[in-house]
Design a protein. Structure first.
Length: 271
């Protein structure tokens, strides 16, 4: 694990694989940390890719920024991380909130994007109902901590059948949620409550795009992923069977096969 300072925050990250490999930045969602990507890091580095996985500010080992952190703030941290590492352009991918940070990175730092990987995420701006929900949840996490919330959503983060079928995965996901600092989670929720609409941004992407969704995702139905695919005619869409909101840990073999095929066939020749 390494770290650097982005603005007022010390951000921790892992940088694995050959230093001259094609760089791939993978962004975790809420309320997780960089270890969410462990199966993909192992598969990608074995294939010769350089994989960079940060802990977003407020999560994992990175510093907490209280109050409100916008998706643009997270995206700027990613740009600062690439500057720190001397990486000009990279494949950037994320899951859930990490996917929205990825789209924000495309919006604000488009010249640094080799390709996008968008897993189990959505493009529209937050609704009034969604803003109220996220702000209320932020208040709750600050008052109660993470344990109750984690127990409530584990069978939404993972497909319910995988909670019992994959006990080690469920324990890892629960552990990440429970160990997240409530103040960091609350700040991200408040910022995400004000997220913009990314449909125009995504529709204008010329770089290769991979869209992935778990077939049984509670939060992002396959139809939403298909809507994203229609926004980007040249995008590749993959539906991962027997997976919910986190297919990279629920079905890592299938997820990584899709990701490696995308990198090999759509990206490597463009670097």
């Amino acid at each position: 694990m390494s770290h650097f300072v982005s603005g007022d925050c010390t951000v921790h990250y892992d940088d694995r694989g050959p230093s001259d490999g094609l760089p791939v930045v993978l962004v975790h969602g809420h309320p997780f940390n960089r270890t969410l990507w462990t199966p993909s890091v192992e598969a990608l580095t074995a294939a010769g890719y350089r994989v960079i996985t940060p802990d977003l500010r407020g999560y994992g080992d990175s510093d907490v920024t209280p109050g409100k952190v916008f998706l643009s703030g997270f995206a700027d941290d990613l740009a600062a991380l690439l500057d720190h590492l001397g990486v000009e352009r990279a494949v950037v991918g994320g899951v859930s909130m990490g996917g929205q940070i990825t789209m924000e990175f495309q919006r604000s730092h488009p010249r640094r994007v080799l390709a996008l990987v968008l897993s189990d995420t959505s493009t529209p701006a937050e609704t009034a109902e969604g803003r109220a929900f996220r702000n209320a949840l932020a208040d709750r996490l600050l008052a109660e901590g993470m344990d109750g919330y984690a127990a409530e959503v584990i069978d939404k983060m993972l497909a319910p059948y995988n909670v019992t079928a994959l006990p080690e995965v469920a324990a890892h996901v629960l552990g990440m949620m429970r160990s997240t600092d409530p103040e960091g989670a609350a700040a991200a929720l408040r910022g995400r409550a004000e997220r913009p609409d990314y449909r125009e941004t995504l529709a204008g992407v010329e770089a290769p795009v991979l869209i992935v969704v778990g077939a049984d995702d509670f939060y992002i139905p396959v139809s939403s992923a298909e809507d994203m695919r229609r926004l980007v005619p040249h995008a590749t869409l993959a539906v991962i069977d027997r997976a919910g909101h986190l297919p990279g840990v629920e079905q890592p073999g299938r997820f990584n096969a899709v990701l490696l095929d995308f990198l090999r066939t759509r990206v490597t020749g463009r670097a």
